[in-house]
Design a protein around this ligand. Structure first.
Ligand SMILES: [Zn+2]
Length: 160
């Protein structure tokens, strides 16, 4: 019985090994741990729904989807720097899209909800839900598309 559990456990994890192996070599970020009540108090209802309850923004060209200023995108919950603006690209999918994350700031979790097998991306510091990663990104760079909710991030403009 114990064996069976281990096999199931390993097979679930082997799917996301590609991503997690990349992660293990990267620098560790300091964990931000709050209770559910503390998150509820710290975030807007919309942020709480997306970041803590794994909600999804409606697809839109608003928010950060078509936003291409120079700067950095931080986690809206804990302020960890997640994405540089030079990783951002126009995907026409209705969500902000990046072809890479800042080293070690994003973790990858197998997500089998909604009848699909996807890889969820979460903030490495606070475990906040960011979105999902897909392999249909720009072929000339990483080939990956970090599909991120506008609500999960906040933009900080680069200083000149
Ligand atoms: Zn965070």
């Amino acid at each position: 019985m114990k064996h069976l559990f281990l096999i199931v456990f390993l097979s679930i994890f082997s799917v996301s090994t590609n991503y997690s192996q990349q992660n293990s070599e990267k620098k560790m970020v300091k964990k931000v741990i709050k209770t559910d009540e503390e998150w509820k108090a710290a975030l807007t209802p919309e942020q709480y729904y997306i970041l803590r309850q794994k909600g999804t923004d409606r697809p839109s060209e608003a928010g950060y989807t078509s936003h291409f200023e120079k700067g950095t995108y931080h986690c809206a919950a804990c302020d960890l720097q997640l994405f540089e603006s030079n990783s951002k690209f126009e995907s026409h999918c209705g969500w902000p899209s990046f072809d890479d994350a800042i080293d070690g700031t994003v973790e990858y979790v197998l997500d089998k909800t909604h009848g699909m097998v996807r890889t969820e991306i979460i903030c490495a510091a606070c475990d906040g839900h960011l979105g999902h990663i897909f392999n249909d990104g720009p072929k000339e760079t990483t080939g990956e598309r970090y599909c991120v909710n506008t609500t999960s991030i906040k933009f900080v403009k680069a200083e000149k």
